[in-house]
Write a protein that binds this ligand. Sequence first.
Ligand SMILES: *[C@@H]1O[C@H](CO)[C@@H](O)[C@H](O)[C@H]1NC(C)=O
Ligand SMILES: *[C@@H]1O[C@H](CO)[C@@H](O)[C@H](O)[C@H]1NC(C)=O
Length: 388
Amino acid sequence: MPEAGYYSSKKTDDICEDLCGEQTSRGGLSMSRLRCALRGFDLKALLLLFIGAPVVIFIIYLHGQKVTYFLRPLWESPPKPFRTILHYYHPNVSMEQLCRLHGWGIRDNPRRVFDAVLFSNELDMLEIRWHELSPYISEFVLLESNSTFTGLRKPLVFANNRRRFEFSESRLTYGTVGGRFVKGENPFVEESYQRVALDQLIKIAGIEDDDLLIMSDVDEIPSGHTIDLLRWCDEIPEKLHLQLQNYLYSFEFHLDDKSWRASVHRYRGGKTRYAHFRQSDDLFADSGWHCSFCFRHISQFIFKMTAYSHVDRVRFAYYLNPSRIQDVICRGADLFDMLPEEYTFQQIIAKLGPIPSSYSAVHLPSYLIQNVDQYRYLLPRNCKRESE
Ligand SMILES: *[C@@H]1O[C@H](CO)[C@@H](O)[C@H](O)[C@H]1NC(C)=O
Ligand SMILES: *[C@@H]1O[C@H](CO)[C@@H](O)[C@H](O)[C@H]1NC(C)=O
């Protein structure tokens, strides 16, 4: 539309010049030139200017984020690629042979493993996570705050539900940290404050050099056999990111395999820092699951959308409308109505639209499959959430 308008007014300009060219060369009167210029803007062009321009501005206001995301390949180059480590696993292959396949030796006894998380309110994910990892964990470390990253008050959800985690009690180091409640601060500041507190708690839990430390969010769940392998094999990298399968809302919607923030470290006192950013180039393929926004209740979606580091993405109040959220979940669409975060046009276009549904419940965390009645909402074909 705007292009067509541009060309049509350009055309009338040319016509005007043709008609008036002689006149100006004859008389050189600036008044007649002005008249010509005005005649050039016909009614259509004026309408276009005064109605079209605001409409275009309004569309950019509504979809500006989409425009910038779509143009991402122009303004941002992809991060340096990881060195992906081929991952072998089969339940019927011995640990010695598995270690050897990765070019590692086997130890006489396994390393101790510490699983440390910052907890918000994701009780179901925590239960699935800890049961998946339990056979291999020496110490569970959990820190929770009475503040969200965006500085809103929250109850101590783990403390109030601690009896659900009886099985972990003898191996649990639990800590709380008071929020700072600074108004209008970047949520990443509170987040890093909480991660520093978690560093202290890991030391209190008694970690020692060469123990394995898992750094990941609660919903980034390493598979048990991956952690078992890493604790038994010698000469694994000092820091290793875990490539996880990305799911959205439940294990029905498999997005891609590009989750990489979770990592496993051979602990070094004074050097190892709890972080959730890139700390190494090594990435261990197919090491577990990352289930984002995998909540039982719609209210938890709303809480997460407003309480965590993505609050700026809630650009319109109707994004938080419960029936809209339910509809988005069942379609596998995007809660924030955003475009895929990719670095090439080809990948953006390939990922446009909702995520296709899966019918697979194969290769999922064991505790989920052992308790399908309790966790039905996480499985394919069960997108309807319970009302509270
Ligand atoms: C597991 O391995 C043993 C021998 O190593 C073999 O006898 C058995 O059939 C295997 N089982 C499966 C399920 O592959
Ligand atoms: C948060 O926790 C800290 C430390 O436990 C406490 O001093 C503070 O009063 C709490 N704040 C709120 C708003 O609950």
